[in-house]
Design a protein around this ligand. Sequence first.
Ligand SMILES: Cc1cc2nc3c(=O)[nH]c(=O)nc-3n(C[C@H](O)[C@H](O)[C@H](O)COP(=O)(O)OP(=O)(O)OC[C@H]3O[C@@H](n4cnc5c(N)ncnc54)[C@H](O)[C@@H]3O)c2cc1C
Length: 551
Amino acid sequence: MSTPAALPRAELIRRLGTPPEQGAWDLAVIGGGCVGLGVALDAAARGLSVVLLEAEDFAKGTSSRATKLAHGGVRYLAQGDLALVREALHERSALLANAPHVAAPLPFVMPAYRWWERGFYGAGLKAYDLLAGSRGLGATEWLGEAAARRLVPGVRLQGPQGRLQGGVRYWDGQFDDARLALLLARTAATKGALLLNHAEVTALQREHGQLRGVVVTDRETGTEHRVAARCVVNAAGVWVDRLTALDHDEGAPPPTAPARVAPSQGVHLVVDRRFWPGSHALLVPKTEDGRVLFAVPWLGKTVLGTTDSPRDDAPLEPEARADEVGFILREAGRYLSQAPGPDDVRAVWVGLRPLVKPSGGSDGDTKSISREHTVWVSRSGLVSVTGGKWTTYRAMAEDVLARCMAAGLLPRRPAGVTAALRLVGAPARPDPARSMAAPPGEHLYGSEAEALRALPGTTRWLAHDADSGAGVLSEAMVRFAVRFELARTVEDVLARRSRLLFLDARAAAAVAPAVAALVAEETGRDPTLEAFTALAAQYTRLPAGLPTREP
Ligand SMILES: Cc1cc2nc3c(=O)[nH]c(=O)nc-3n(C[C@H](O)[C@H](O)[C@H](O)COP(=O)(O)OP(=O)(O)OC[C@H]3O[C@@H](n4cnc5c(N)ncnc54)[C@H](O)[C@@H]3O)c2cc1C
């Protein structure tokens, strides 16, 4: 049995001001999304001393709001970006191998309604297989009409461009993004890194124009701490520009560097499995307005999405617009035999892609902005990174550390240590038939399931899967979240350790008081139930002005 390490917050705070050697940490990372966590894990695995500071909670930003696909990017293949696709396919394979308890292969079907679609899309996907090489998850297959109907029983036979003629089946990967982020954090902790959530970096410390560390505010107590570090990485995702604006001497005006991030909003709707039964996902490569549409089975529900809408601001909890929700419901109605309406939506969640702003300015169409990442080093030595995608977090981390080392901010240590680094709880022999479509349960804990079962309340279920009646959240899971997964609030538990807020926001609101009592018992603190209740209301609320269901 793997025994999880307890990470008491008081002890973490105490360690903040006492770096392991020579009065400073080797590396301080700002931001606990997949990129910052990937950097922290890689650096710690190379033997460097690392502290990571996250203003909210690990994966509270974009990294819990992805479509959850570990993919090469079929869309980028169409744009001819072969290097990007090849790298992502390589990383897809590493992600699935290193965290098999929270990631699994996922078959997709692209339905064909016009005579040329099967051949056209199939040829492109065969090229995708070729780029994946020995890391392929399954061969692309052309499907006749009967086979397509069997594999995706929820697909509409009379589609927008005619009758279903068949389709193409191909393979990608799927994961639980927030749980994977937590595993990155916990694995980094096993390598000696100090990771603290609810700890906001409010200032950068400079001396003679050179960065010497950060000032962090413990959001639970309001206490400020100075953290000395030889190298500082800014991995604040869509908020990266806010941190670069802090990179100036005390009393001097903030730098006037142009913004690097062009946020792009993506909305997902969650509906019951009956709207998209079976184990395959749906990908419509080109909807009426050229966007893609996904219907993906995930943790006992179906995720529908997504959109790609530019915005100028970056709120922590963005709200979906009526046109975005309308687009997803309308397009779902064109491809799903049972069209979901607004009343069928169990949860709506919105994320912001940190896209890299083109230097010549954007024409406002974020679909065409590159999904590649960018790393830059300021004169003071602040290393900033943004862009990319979840699938490539590990390669991005290697790139960031290479830049830190090239700039002389970190001692040189060879790369590649995380390529086959199995994350905390990774089972020795993963089930080859595993799937992320099943409702959440003990299987997501991998080799730590036994430790979970040793906690009080293993069979006291707080929430159940609506279809199967299986328990999806136990009292023991809440205790595990607080004791071993650094959860501090009701939201930390219900949004990111359990995914109930994302799967069924009303069910999450209903169970919140019971979770609050357990979190309070475990932490001895106010678990901020009211804040969660307000958030859950936002995740159930659809914007005004949606068209009603067509008869
Ligand atoms: C709708 C949507 C769908 C997507 N689908 C996929 C997909 O299927 N597959 C895929 O590979 N990728 C996908 N992506 C992309 C992927 O999710 C993102 O590229 C990735 O999560 C970005 O991670 P990050 O670490 O850069 O940012 P974030 O996850 O946002 O992390 C940044 C963190 O910095 C913290 N922070 C900010 N300021 C401070 C401060 N002052 N002090 C301390 N901390 C601070 C924030 O709280 C935040 O947690 C999708 C993105 C979106 C929006």
